[in-house]
Design a binder for this molecule. Structure first.
Ligand code: FAD
Ligand code: PYC
Length: 416
């Protein structure tokens, strides 16, 4: 049992020069066989293992990660959390997640730094106003805390914003006060620590090369450390899921594209909410260290480079400088990309498939960080029961055959 984080524990470790902290998780050798294997050590994969152990009593579980925990999109995203999606199915899923976020630090006894500083989605033209108001009304019918605010109120919330002397004038915004940001890698670490504590083997630097099947049932995974047996395999590999699915003969309707972000040098607090502008594909918040966290749209073509095209970021920065002239002279420190997996309806897939024992959690595109605890929670249920939870039933693979798509292009916004 790991020691709990407490003020006394922190004081004790301060006195011993922080040299005696326990390891947060073990680094076991892979066993020959597991009851469940989760492929992908991002937030969704680690969270799935955590809920499988905590809520469904499974203990013989492995999470297999080709790099290090959180090295994928979990550690690369701009951490915006909100639940203001259009359709009832999505509102239920994303708000299930938001409710779990609200108690996640306590649940994990690990500070994921969830900060409910509110999220604004700006409207720049008549079409934006209509789309955003429609979504906001749908949100309110679903009991979400979304409301329309006018330019005057936006100015009060974000005084540094230029609202009327620019290419895309700011005509209003939807505002969700319960939305916000969290510390991305802490989410992976918190889930990993508590999953490990319940016996989950977390195996890093181990690449899954393929899924072995026999007579329509999974047998295990071929990895860079040899074959590992399991009758249940959950694939949560974000931009690489479709490649792994193909090894089991499953075709997923996903496109993998780079999405990029960048951070500035740290400055004093200037913006204490999150502002997204879907029309210009630019969004910004300020980290606790003081850096501006800025995100852009996706490249217009499939690629696996974790970098992204320069033209995309250039266009984003142009919009950011118009919206916030005060940022014009700032220096940017780092830029990076992540490979996002986008479904035709901009909604995720949380589903079993025709191969018995094979489950997918993917297609989160540009917006899965906010869903991390909720997605992991219902995916664990789906794997444990071999049936979807009522919250993710609408996100099954068969929707691409029945046509019951959940079109969230408006709410997913930034990139699709
Ligand atoms: P990941 O964290 O990518 O985890 C998948 C893991 O699988 C990786 O660690 C990878 O190494 C591993 N893996 C892949 N292939 C294999 C293999 N063959 N064998 C073993 N392991 C493998 N979402 C939001 O909600 N809000 C945002 O503000 C936001 N901003 C974003 C900004 C950027 C720049 C990017 C790139 C994404 C953003 N997203 C955002 C999307 C969000 O990051 C993702 O949807 C989410 O983090 C996905 O989590 P995951 O655990 O499924 O994937
Ligand atoms: O889904 O809210 C989101 C988002 C913001 C930036 C990237 N994705």
């Amino acid at each position: 049992m790991k020691k709990k984080y407490s003020i006394f524990n922190i004081l004790k470790n301060t006195i011993s020069n922080h040299e005696k902290w326990q390891k947060m998780w073990r680094s076991p050798e892979p066993k020959k066989s597991y009851d469940i294997i989760i492929v992908g050590g991002g937030g969704h994969g680690l969270g799935t293992a955590y809920y499988l152990a905590k809520e469904h009593g499974f203990k013989n579980i492995a999470v297999i990660e080709k790099g290090w925990l959180g090295c994928g999109n979990t550690g690369r995203n701009t951490t915006i959390i909100r639940s203001n999606y259009l359709w009832d199915e999505s509102a239920l899923l994303y708000d299930h997640s938001l409710k779990l976020w609200e108690n996640l630090s306590e649940d994990l006894n690990y500070n994921v730094m969830f900060s409910q500083r509110g999220v604004l989605n700006l409207a720049h033209n008549e079409h934006d106003i209509k789309e955003i108001k429609r979504r906001m009304c749908a949100n309110r019918l679903n009991g979400l805390d979304s409301r329309w605010i006018d330019t005057g109120e936006i100015k009060k919330l974000v005084p540094i914003m230029n609202t009327d002397n620019l290419r895309y004038p700011v005509l209003g915004a939807s505002y969700q006060p319960r939305g916000g940001v969290a510390r991305h890698d802490a989410v992976a670490w918190g889930f990993a620590m508590r999953a490990d504590e319940m016996g989950v083997d977390i195996i890093q630097n181990c690449e899954v090369k393929g899924v072995r099947t026999k007579n329509g049932q999974v047998e295990g995974v071929e990895t860079s450390q040899g074959f590992i047996e399991s009758k249940k395999i959950g694939i949560v590999a974000s931009g690489h899921t479709s490649i792994l699915a193909a090894t089991a003969g499953v075709r997923l309707p996903l496109q993998s594209r780079p999405l990029q972000a960048l951070v500035s040098e740290p400055i004093k607090p200037v913006i204490n909410t999150v502002v997204m502008s879907n029309a210009v594909h630019a969004y910004v918040s300020q980290s606790d260290k003081g850096e501006l966290v800025i995100g852009a749209g996706t490249d217009g073509y499939n690629s696996f480079t974790q970098r992204g095209g320069y033209d995309v970021i250039e266009e984003t920065i142009r919009a950011i400088v118009e919206l916030y002239p005060i940022f014009g002279k700032m220096k940017m420190l780092r830029q990076w990309g992540g490979i996002v997996d986008i479904c035709p309806d901009a909604s995720p897939i949380i589903s079993k498939c025709d191969v018995k024992g094979l489950y997918f959690n993917c297609g989160w595109g540009t917006g899965g960080f906010k869903a991390t605890p909720g997605s992991a929670n219902v995916f664990a249920y789906t794997i444990a029961n071999d049936n979807p939870h009522k919250i993710n039933a609408a996100f099954s693979l068969d929707r691409f055959e029945t046509g019951r798509l959940v079109d969230e292009h408006g709410a997913a916004a930034v990139a699709h």
